[in-house]
Design a protein around this ligand. Structure first.
Ligand SMILES: [Zn+2]
Length: 458
């Protein structure tokens, strides 16, 4: 498959203007493929010119451009050539599309707990073309309507409000113009908690086997959602841009969460199976706030090309911490968040682990985890006298030590597990010391961190 280059995207956005998509999917046809029909209307600024649309089908059944058949055999990799364009064009593409098992495209998952099947679509970065025929680049925004045919017991959730239309067909309201990478669908026998806030329907969704987990945490999640929602409306002085706000906790999502307009998807590990620390609840709150910030910055306003995605993510992270601290009970969000990110940076900049010696005898037990090795035989840093640590010392500190978090346990719970009380001022000092050291990183260190981190964020 050919990846779209910046130059190709710039040329295509100069040539065409996408007016709207209508996408029809049928997911009742088995475990391997689903039916996909796309009707896309688009204008061309140079009638007679040519371009292409992307699609990655299992089988391209038919394509019709302005009433003329396009030979399916013309599909080259993921590009279907479109020649002799008019000023106004309509393209219809019919295909069988493969389900994804890796999270790229329409991911299909069967729950081992009860045998139920769930679908969730992740279109970023260029995976919308795994579901429908798309001019798959972020600056060619268009309104999208969709209809999905599903088994009778299923629920469908998407960017626009979804309504059952009978015989397993669900119709989704038109979105405002959105980038193709933000198109999503969630379908399956989901358990839902629904409410309304300022006239906007809010929904929480989880697979049935996690209904108990969702039920236990729904009040907290909705409280955070409402508080952040109100604060963003104040800050941005711009109405919420979409017709609903769903938060779906879906299985096997690659990212922590994805900011699809009107329908944020979270990995369902955020529905905790048991009691967790306050720090973990704050992390979930931060992700809720981060993704909501994207509704305005990232979704309503979107970068033209991927080289500016850093700004979208950085701004959402900044706003996430700020709004969480201002509007919810997590008033220490900045301190723990900053310390946690700094520790992540130090871990990423650490040298690779030592290779196992070739002379190590077979059957030798594996070495203990690095944090435990570092802790063994050393005094816990939370109990040591205050002194500026060297870079090496900082690396040895436990990144997840609750002593770093004013909102966490009041005794050390890091790898040292010394159990000694850690005063609030001591916790703050540890945080600030790490931040001070981290701020002195060189640009080459920063580059090294980003290259090694491989962290995906949504
Ligand atoms: Zn993000």
């Amino acid at each position: 498959m050919t990846a779209l280059t910046y130059e190709e995207a710039r040329e295509r956005s100069r040539l065409i203007d996408v007016l709207g998509y209508h996408v029809e999917l049928d997911v009742t046809g088995g475990d391997d493929v689903f039916g996909s029909v796309t009707v896309v209307r688009f204008g061309c600024r140079e009638p007679g010119a040519a371009t292409f649309i992307e699609i990655r089908p299992a089988r391209l059944r038919r394509a019709v451009l302005n009433g003329q058949d396009v030979d399916p055999a013309a599909l080259a990799g993921n590009r279907l050539p479109l020649a002799s364009l008019h000023a106004a064009n309509e393209l219809r593409v019919e295909a069988d599309m493969p389900y994804s098992r890796t999270g790229a495209g329409l991911h299909r998952f069967t729950d081992a707990a009860d045998g139920e099947t769930y679908l969730a679509l992740h279109s970023g970065l260029d995976n919308a073309q795994r579901v429908f025929a798309a001019f798959d680049q972020p600056d060619l925004k268009a309104a999208i309507t969709a209809a999905v045919t599903v088994p009778g017991s299923w629920t469908v959730i998407g960017n626009g409000l979804a309504h059952p239309a009978g015989d397993g067909r669900w119709e989704l309201a038109a979105t405002p113009p959105i980038s193709t990478y933000l198109f999503t669908l969630v379908a399956g026998p989901y358990h839902s908690v629904r409410t309304e806030h300022h006239g906007i329907p809010f929904g929480l969704h989880a697979r049935r086997s996690l209904a108990g987990h969702l039920g236990r945490d729904a009040a907290e999640i909705l409280d955070i959602t409402r508080a952040c929602f109100d604060r963003y409306r104040e800050i941005f002085t711009e109405p919420y841009p979409y017709d609903s706000y769903d938060q779906a906790f879906v299985p096997e999502l690659e990212s922590g969460a994805v900011e699809n307009p009107g329908c944020v998807t979270f990995r369902d590990e955020f529905l905790f199976p048991s009691e967790v620390t306050q720090a973990e609840r704050q992390t979930r709150g931060m992700v809720i706030a981060h993704e909501m910030a994207h509704m305005w910055f990232g979704d309503l306003v979107t970068m033209r090309w991927w080289n500016d995605v850093w700004l979208s993510e950085s701004f959402a992270t900044y706003m996430g911490f700020q709004v969480l601290a201002e509007a919810t009970g997590f008033t220490g969000a900045w301190i723990r968040g900053s310390a946690g990110r700094s520790c992540s940076g130090w871990r990423c900049s650490a040298p690779p682990a030592e290779p196992r010696s070739s002379t190590t005898p077979a059957g030798t037990p594996p070495r203990p985890a690095s944090s435990a090795r570092r802790a063994a035989g050393r005094p816990c840093p939370s109990q040591q006298p205050s002194r500026p640590p060297g870079r090496h010392a900082v690396r040895r500190w436990p990144a997840r030590c609750a002593g770093f978090s004013p909102t966490g346990s009041r005794t050390c719970a890091g790898p040292w597990r010394c159990g000694q009380p850690v005063s609030p001022s001591r916790r703050a000092a540890l945080c600030l010391r790490i931040l001070g050291r981290t701020s002195g990183l060189t640009s080459s260190s920063s580059k090294s961190r980003s290259q090694r981190s491989g962290v995906s964020s949504g």
